[in-house]
Design a protein. Structure first.
Length: 346
């Protein structure tokens, strides 16, 4: 790395300032169906053809396509007939709805929900609380009541979380050998993508998704087939209701939603229900111990401020929560990807 004199500070500041423009271009191309159309097409298409298919203005679509070329999401070939556009492989894999690794749903959730909360980031910093009341005119006292304020919004959130686990689930589930655990509860398992990955990796296991009744209903209707016999459901609120006995409990992106006291309350309930020799697997994005990064996790922590009651934490902070609840023999595995794994044993 060069000296500070080598850095082009104005350019860095402009790049940071343009960050939201970049994401909005990608979100808009997803929302309008640009990548889906180009995947289905057997040949590259002109901007006029794409605009006609998708019902947009020609001038607006041309600028959107060129911006996607600049972001290396599309490729363009200039011919005698004009410019022809096609998807780059990254867009075929991650930005089309039909791909098994599609991130379309999480993109739409960020574009239509998270962005609205982030408009009030300065207020969140001033007040230290989430911004659902300003963004949507609803109470911010129950974050998940706000997140699940309609069936449509809940479905968007569940589909978005499923898309995340389609590319991140395997990394965290192989961080430790979970094969000794055959009876697993996935607390807050939502749409079931992590449970599906778990039974695929560990075919001798059964996973019970424990979530709110309305979440379970949608998961059964939309995401988990009755033929997937290794996956079961348990309806309830794990803060208020009992937690059944199991060998392993998975809490994926759960503790980061809550303050320390509520985390310890939940972990203590899990510890009490956990079979001797069993454990709890935390799946979270870990901060460096000095809080210097990673930047993605720092940004997630800002998102916890505007959307929940929680924050991202270091491995030591999660270990302290586990110890306070009674767990010992705590192991930490950084995956090198977006999410890491912490295993506590009883």
């Amino acid at each position: 790395m060069g000296s500070t004199e080598d850095l082009d500070y104005p350019q860095i500041i402009m790049q940071y300032s343009n960050g939201f423009l970049i994401s909005k271009v990608m979100f808009t191309a997803c929302e309008l169906g640009v990548f889906d159309l180009l995947l289905e097409s057997e040949k590259p298409l002109s901007s006029d053809a794409i605009a006609a298919h998708l019902g947009t203005s020609t001038i607006g679509m041309k600028r959107l396509l060129d911006a996607c070329v600049g972001l290396k999401l599309l490729a363009v070939e200039v011919t005698q007939e004009g410019a022809l556009y096609r998807n780059k492989e990254i867009s075929n894999v991650y930005l089309t709805k039909s791909s098994p690794k599609s991130q379309y749903h999480i993109m739409m959730y960020y574009s239509n929900t998270v962005y609205l909360c982030w408009q009030y980031l300065a207020d969140a910093v001033r007040e230290g609380r989430n911004q659902y009341e300003r963004a949507f005119g609803i109470s911010s006292k129950d974050p998940f009541g706000a997140m699940y304020r309609s069936d449509e919004e809940m479905l968007k959130f569940m589909a978005g979380q499923n898309s995340v686990w389609s590319i991140c689930g395997r990394d965290v589930l192989v961080a430790f050998d979970l094969s000794p655990f055959t009876q697993i509860y996935d607390l807050g398992g939502g749409g079931g993508a992590l449970a599906q990955e778990c039974v695929s990796l560990y075919p001798n296991s059964t996973v019970t998704i424990y979530d709110l009744p309305k979440v379970v209903r949608v998961a059964k209707e939309r995401f988990v087939s009755p033929k997937e016999h290794q996956i079961a459901f348990h309806e309830g609120n794990f803060f208020n209701d009992s937690i059944p006995e199991a060998e392993l409990y998975i809490l994926s992106k759960i503790l980061h939603d809550w303050d320390d006291d509520k985390c310890i309350q939940l972990l203590a309930k899990v510890y009490k229900s956990c079979k001797p020799g069993g454990g709890v697997l935390l799946v979270e994005s870990l901060l460096n111990e000095d809080k210097s990064g990673p930047v993605e996790t720092q940004l997630y922590s800002m998102n916890m401020l505007v959307q929940t009651e929680g924050k991202e934490r270091t491995a030591a902070e999660y270990s302290k929560l586990l110890e306070a609840a009674g767990f010992g023999v705590i192991q930490v595995k950084r995956t090198g990807k977006l999410y890491d794994a912490v295993l506590g044993r009883k």
